[in-house]
Write a protein that binds this ligand. Structure first.
Ligand code: GLP
Length: 223
């Protein structure tokens, strides 16, 4: 597969991306990161916690949130607190999540370009919650989740009916304005869509395919 670095284990992939984050932090302690949720970045976050880096001047921006109570056990705010923010020396006020005031989120991101954006990918090619058909010009906004995404994410809830039907996501244009992008994919169920996104046509039907137009993107995979 073109343009994709393959790893033999999930641990190796997680450590490799942690090295990239660490290098960025050491180069500039006031770095700005865009961060993902989902199962894929769990190993990365564990690795970063173990490294005891200095996060005291870092700003983070999460890619997306479900429209639900932020203190719910399955909210992305809770996920980030439990897996990263509560375990590192970052200021909670420096950890930003999209909310209904989408203009203000965009303004924050536009102020100074984000140094590093870390992404996962959905089985339908979504990045953040930009589902197939999202405009390449899209910015932070409220979106409806597709049936495929509801099904995929139902593993974190008691049933598919419990998965929130709407989310607030950064747009594809917003993501593309990052200086550097790292996409992580883990599991054979991501192999086909990764191939289509990275080697196929650049099309709004496959949101991740927009990354082919970014000049500083790396893609990592392990099965
Ligand atoms: C969710 C998130 C995405 C994430 C994707 C993959 O829908 N909104 O940002 O990349 O799922 O998740 P996982 O890593 O659990 O496969």
């Amino acid at each position: 597969m073109n343009k994709v670095t393959m790893f033999s284990t999930y641990e190796k992939l997680s450590k490799y991306v942690a090295n990239i984050v660490e290098e960025q932090l050491k180069e500039n302690r006031i770095s700005r990161f865009i961060l993902p949720t989902g199962s894929t970045p769990l190993g990365l976050y564990k690795e970063l916690v173990n490294r005891e880096l200095d996060w005291s001047a870092v700003m983070t921006y999460n890619l997306d949130v479900y429209i639900m109570n932020p203190s719910h056990s399955q909210s992305y705010q809770t996920f980030m607190k439990e897996n990263l923010f509560d375990k590192i020396n970052i200021y909670p006020s420096n950890c930003k999540f999209p909310d209904r005031n989408v203009q203000s989120y965009e303004q924050r991101l536009k102020g100074i370009p984000v140094d590093l954006c870390i992404l996962g990918i959905g089985t339908n090619g979504h990045i953040a919650f930009n589902e197939p058909g999202s405009s390449f010009k899209s910015r932070t906004r409220v979106v409806d989740l597709t049936e495929q995404t509801l099904q995929d994410n139902s593993k974190y809830f008691d049933s598919v009916e419990d998965v929130p039907k709407q989310a607030i996501t950064m747009g594809l244009r917003t993501i593309m304005e990052s200086k550097k992008i790292e996409l992580m994919a883990n599991g054979v169920n991501k192999l086909n869509i990764l191939n289509v996104a990275m080697n196929g046509e650049v099309t709004e039907s496959v949101p991740a395919s927009i990354l082919q137009n970014h000049d500083n993107v790396e893609v990592f995979y392990c099965d």
